[in-house]
Design a protein around this ligand. Structure first.
Ligand code: CUA
Length: 308
């Protein structure tokens, strides 16, 4: 800033501060004190007023300076500088759905793209729009420093601009039932180029006529591997039944394999494999997956488990 500008800012500050001080001192705001306490209380009052006048003078001076210095000439009809297309200000929306006991993330800009992990490009503002399908859950990513409840019947929001590449745990922090402690996934912050590549690849996989490719994408996107072992998908979790043993489970349940696989996804409580708890597997895949996705997933599980 030039020396002349600093001098005029300072001058304006003194003028603004002077006016505020005159208003404060000239009028009889407070009565004459008649107790020890009143003296101390009035001292505190004036102490705060002086601080306020100083801050007011600073803000008023900058405002007055900006209004005078940066005003357009009376005959200047030209447009101001364009700030359209500022990627830092553009907001990406992601719908976050919480349900007992899983998170899912859908990207309305890329129709049909739903993922069990939250993938975000670095440096871009994102608005997470949170919904719950059943009870109150709470979305928390420690590294993002923000926590927000998901409440049935309400829409809540969190605004995040990821600044660091990495994989961060997404944790449910509201006791929401038997599977509360397994209601976890990850937020993956990627470079914008890698993010765009992921979106393109996912969109292609979802619409692939090859049901194996589509089924594997559905399995991965819905975080089935967070709870289930499936060798073909490279997962080894033990919260839910081992999907490599699906044909044996179907036999125990006395059902043909395709019907059993479909029922276990759509209506998981219909048959619970002995040794595993009820009500842990989300009961909403029947509505959250499209018919094609469900068919692809069933096909994928049948072919993978028979191989495994
Ligand atoms: Cu959802 Cu705890």
């Amino acid at each position: 800033m030039r020396r002349g500008s600093i001098a005029s800012l300072l001058g304006l500050g003194i003028v603004v501060g002077g006016i505020a001080a005159a208003v404060a001192l000239a009028l009889p705001w407070l009565p004459k004190p008649a107790s020890n306490e009143a003296n101390r209380i009035q001292f505190l009052f004036w102490f705060v007023v002086v601080i306020c006048i100083a801050i007011f003078a600073l803000v008023g001076a900058v405002m007055a300076y900006s209004i005078i210095h940066f005003r357009a000439d009376p005959d200047d009809d030209s447009d101001g500088p364009s700030i359209h297309g500022h990627t830092g200000l553009e907001i990406l929306r992601v719908n976050v759905t919480a349900q007992q006991f899983a998170w899912s993330f859908s990207y309305p800009d890329s129709k049909g793209l739903t993922s069990g992990t939250l993938r975000l490009p670095r440096g871009r503002s994102v608005e997470l729009i949170l919904h719950s399908k059943d009870v109150i859950h709470s979305f928390w990513v420690s590294e993002f420093s923000q926590k927000q409840d998901t409440v049935p019947g309400l829409t809540t929001k969190v605004h995040i601009t990821p600044s660091r590449l990495g994989t961060f745990p997404v944790i449910c922090t509201e006791l929401c039932g038997l599977g509360h402690s397994v209601m976890r996934t990850v937020a993956i912050v990627m470079t914008p180029a890698a993010f765009n590549k992921w979106v393109a690849g996912q969109t292609k996989a979802i619409t692939s006529p090859n049901s194996g490719v589509a089924g594997a994408a559905v399995f991965k996107n819905n975080q089935c591997g967070a709870c289930h072992t499936l060798t073909a998908a490279g997962t080894a979790a033990e919260v839910g039944p081992d999907l490599d043993k699906l044909p044996a489970y179907a036999q125990q349940a006395g059902k043909p394999l395709p019907d059993f696989a479909r029922q276990s996804i759509v209506d998981p409580n219909a048959y619970i494999q002995p040794g595993f708890p009820k009500n842990v597997m989300p009961q909403t895949f029947g509505t959250s997956l499209s018919k094609q996705q469900l068919d692809a997933l069933v096909q994928y599980l049948i072919s993978s488990s028979k191989r495994g």
